[in-house]
Design a protein around this ligand. Structure first.
Ligand code: NAD
Length: 478
């Protein structure tokens, strides 16, 4: 059980929701409520945005970028010192193994430190207009920014957009997902101690269509970063269009892992076991489609099935390899996809059910299908569970056609020892990240994001900070 009811964090203080209504957050390993948090409405969101607006005009805007950076370094140190508590809350709230949550908190600290160090390194340009002029650009913070995040990496996704916004000099209102508000609220315990003026970082919890929508539509919000599903991304973009607000959209994926006959199969299998099943497959960039040369298909599936069988499943707090899915809704969705795959005639090679030793909690076995046709729903839709589907590829052209054949374009992996082929494919694949002979390579320094319906804009790296900066051009006649 978490240690308290969680209120909104607005203008540097904890505030009850105006409606007085609270929601339960559930431990997905036990199906029991663990804490209550505020169900915020438009008036709570307005209070948070007004606080962020005032902060934008106050002490925050008078700080040098280096001073902002130092606050962020202090916040990183405080979060690092609180690593165990934050990780436990994350695990209780979303189910992931404790070691994964600890890794996520380390990632949060790394993200803050990277962006803190970059705060005073975002430079404008001088433009050569000729001897009669001096022309230069100034990079100015957008202003109040909204950050709407999903539940799969609650604090990680939050910090991925908060940290660059702070580095750029913006103020922020964060809306965590309703399934996983605890870590975002717990990290707020450190905001004041790190030295941030009130109103620079605000956190309002609640439902997407209520608090999230009110945030996106608020006229004082000048930029929106949304991480979540394609469907919600469309709604957010449509609402943002009304106020002509820039959006960064980090949306879903159905990511192909392409394995050719000349690949290091053991490497590919080890990566598939990690990238398909870690976080129970609830990762936007998980490996969810295996596009396999027929010569290595059986070896790949057999070795991957053996690895999947070896994964121990149980409550994340006891640090098993695989925890539960985040919610009942997600559990039913994933089970529905598995049933649809079987009904469509795909061959179930591994898993597919609920582990027999667990009679409560949203647990699903790691699952592998082969003999999957590209037209089947399980080959086309994001399942967001521990499910991989295998298809044959005859050659490079067919691999590209299947890999690029969906609306998604988030991430792709190529496994081959032929460097020419790897380079040809990396150019042809319509995916924001392409990995060669590895998966999830790159860290906070490397930009990430989707092509096509997987998103707009890039997070991480210096590109992530530029999302929060306006370019102003100043021209002087001399
Ligand atoms: P979701 O779209 O249902 O919800 C995401 C967030 O949006 C939540 O905070 C929710 O409350 C809020 N929301 C819902 N309706 C809203 C509305 N009308 N207006 C404003 N906000 C609203 O997504 P989810 O199911 O929580 O997350 C899973 C999805 O996130 C998957 O599709 C996954 O691929 C994607 N994701 C993408 C990335 C990436 O970097 N590309 C990273 C993580 C997750």
């Amino acid at each position: 059980m978490a240690d308290r009811d969680y209120l909104n964090y607005i203008d540097g203080t904890w505030r009850a929701p105006a409606s007085g209504i609270y929601l339960d957050t559930i431990d997905p390993a036990t199906e029991e409520p663990i804490a209550r948090f505020a169900r915020s409405d438009a008036s709570d969101v307005d209070a948070a945005v007004q606080a962020a607006h005032r902060a934008m005009a106050g002490a925050w805007s008078r700080l040098t970028p280096a001073e902002r950076g130092r606050m962020m370094f202090r916040l990183a140190d405080l979060i690092a010192a609180d690593r165990d508590r934050l990780a436990r809350l994350e695990t209780l709230d979303v189910g992931k193994p404790l070691k994964d949550s600890l890794g996520d908190i380390d990632g949060v600290v790394g993200t803050l430190r990277y962006n803190a160090g970059a705060a005073d390194k975002m430079e404008g340009a001088t433009i050569p207009l000729g001897p009669a002029f001096i022309d230069f650009t100034i990079l100015e913070p957008l202003g109040v920014t909204a950050h709407i995040v999903p539940w799969n990496f609650p604090l990680g996704m939050a910090m991925r957009s908060l940290a660059p916004a702070l580095a750029a000099g913006c103020t922020c209102v964060l809306k965590p997902a309703e399934q996983s508000p605890l870590s975002a609220l717990a990290f707020a315990d450190h905001i004041e101690a790190a030295g941030f003026p009130p109103g620079v970082i605000n956190i309002v919890t609640g439902l997407g269509e209520e608090a999230g929508e009110a945030l996106v539509r608020h006229p004082l919000v000048r930029g929106i970063t949304f991480t979540g599903s394609v469907e919600t991304g469309r709604r957010v973009m449509a609402a943002a269009a009304h106020g002509i607000k820039p959006v960064v959209l980090e949306l879903g994926g159905k990511n192909p892992m392409i394995v050719f006959a000349d690949a290091d199969i053991d490497r590919a299998v080890a990566d598939a076991a990690m990238a398909s099943f870690e976080n129970c497959g609830q990762v936007c960039s998980s490996a969810s489609r295996y596009l396999l040369a027929p010569q290595i298909r059986d070896e790949f599936i057999e070795k991957l099935s053996t690895k999947a069988q070896g994964l121990k499943i149980g409550p994340g707090i006891e640090d098993y390899d695989l925890g539960p899915l985040v919610s009942k809704e997600q559990y039913e969705r994933v089970r529905g996809h598995i049933a649809a795959g079987m009904a469509a005639g795909a061959r179930l090679r591994q898993g597919g059910g609920r582990p027999s030793h667990l009679n409560r909690g949203y647990f699903v076995e790691p699952t592998i299908f082969d003999r999957v046709a590209p037209e089947m729903t399980i080959a086309r839709e994001e399942i967001f569970g521990p499910v991989g589907v295998a298809m044959d590829i005859a050659d490079e052209d067919q691999a590209v056609a299947i890999a690029n054949g969906l609306g998604y374009g988030l991430a792709a992996g190529i496994y081959t020892r032929d460097i020419g082929r790897a380079m040809r494919l990396s150019r042809r694949l319509e995916h924001g990240s392409v990995w060669i002979n590895g998966w999830w390579m790159g860290g906070v320094q490397a930009p990430t994001g989707g092509m096509k319906e997987s998103g707009i804009g890039r997070e991480r790296g210096l590109a992530g900070i530029r999302n929060y900066l306006e370019v102003k051009n100043v021209a002087i006649r001399i």
